[in-house]
Design a protein around this ligand. Structure first.
Ligand SMILES: Nc1ncnc2c1ncn2[C@@H]1O[C@H](COP(=O)(O)OP(=O)(O)O)[C@@H](O)[C@H]1O
Ligand SMILES: [Mg+2]
Length: 338
């Protein structure tokens, strides 16, 4: 077991796992194996003010992991320590107080805002729940300030979500999330549903707010291009497991896991020399209800050997602070001392 946490971490996750059983799901006699191991053995930490990006293909468990960190769903196994306290064991009243410190920004700015509530009602709801504004006048003042902070006019306060574009709605969702001064925000693909032209504006807004307020992000994205600017560290997930995690610079410059290498080589690349080395992965992502034995990536890995079919590689520190779950990962020369 690797020790990847220290006392000054905001959040520490230890061997976190989530299994969804298919009880209650219709299966129509299909060959369903019964359950999905959506997150398996996740161990990492997030420091105050840091942005940890979580990337991986659709269905690999990113949203499940994000929800586990906020205890929006209960883990099957493992711990989530927030400032050293295991929040998976907190009672309802204590967890309620904890919610003010951990917030979520959702992927779908259309579905996540209640259509029948005004912008003022939507943004001030957490303020009311946590008793952070005493009078309705105080609440409206707070909402006006928050709208300005996310780049919207306070005059929008009495309008309804349908009157706004996707980018504006995401700004409203962000205002709601920051209204209670959280220390940790899970942003679950916050720009994936937006036009390319507004994606950078929302990423910049998230970054500016963090610079001002010093909170930490788990920033979830399905591709590495989106998080290139905002991340301090990057974690790469494949079929429920973190297969690589490390400082942004070293992960982008010298990815150690073949899956990270493939993800990076598929990203738009201005450098023509690198484009020539594009790695095209064979086959589709296996079903998460039937994760291959050994290294779960071996069925698509260009460098897999016999050992990979039977022996699951542990996440190990291959270079300083850069961890990879690959039998054949080699130290990154850029980060070697001396
Ligand atoms: N509430 C749920 N019940 C059953 N299976 C679920 C549930 N939520 C997610 N899953 C399954 O867990 C796996 C990971 O899903 P998810 O975390 O949404 O992935 P991602 O966000 O990376 O696309 C998928 O196979 C998905 O079908
Ligand atoms: Mg998701």
């Amino acid at each position: 077991m690797i020790e990847m946490s220290s006392v000054d971490d905001l959040l520490t996750v230890k061997d976190l796992g989530k299994t969804f059983s298919d009880a209650g799901r219709l299966s129509f006699g299909s060959s369903s194996s019964g359950s999905v191991r959506a997150v398996d053995g996740a161990s990492f930490s997030v420091k105050p003010g840091e942005t940890l990006a979580l990337v991986g293909e659709s269905g690999c468990g990113k949203s499940t992991l994000g929800r586990l960190l906020l205890r929006l769903i209960q883990p099957t196994d493992g711990e989530v320590l927030f400032e050293g306290r295991d929040i998976t064991a907190l009672g309802a009243a204590e967890m309620r107080m904890m919610r003010a410190r951990m917030q979520m920004v959702f992927q779908d700015p259309y579905g996540s805002l209640s259509p029948r509530r005004s912008i003022a009602q939507i943004i001030s709801e957490p303020l009311e729940v946590f008793g952070l504004a005493k009078s309705s006048r105080e609440r409206r003042e707070r909402v006006a300030e928050l709208l300005v902070q996310v780049g919207l006019s306070p005059s929008f306060m009495d309008r309804y979500p349908r009157q706004f574009s996707g980018g504006q709605r995401q700004r409203i969702g962000i205002a709601r999330a920051i209204s209670v001064n959280p220390q940790f925000i899970v942003a679950d693909e916050p720009v994936s549903a937006l036009d390319v032209s507004v994606q950078a504006q929302i990423v910049n807004l998230l970054q500016d707010l963090q610079a001002e307020r010093k909170f930490s992000y788990l920033f979830i994205a399905h591709d590495l291009a989106v998080v290139r600017h905002i991340a301090d560290r990057v974690a790469v997930m494949y079929l429920g497991r973190i297969v690589e995690i490390g400082p942004k610079k070293s992960v982008y410059a010298l990815p150690q896991h073949p899956y990270t290498q493939a993800l990076l080589s598929a990203a738009p690349e201005p450098d023509p020399d690198r484009k020539a080395n594009r790695i095209v992965l064979q086959g589709d992502v296996p079903s998460p209800s039937r994760v291959p034995p050994g290294c779960s990536f071996h069925t698509r890995c260009p460098i897999a050997k016999d050992i990979c079919k039977v022996d699951r590689p542990a996440l190990r520190e291959v270079s300083p602070n850069q961890f990879s779950a690959c039998h054949f990962a080699t130290p990154n020369p850029l980060t070697q001392a001396g």
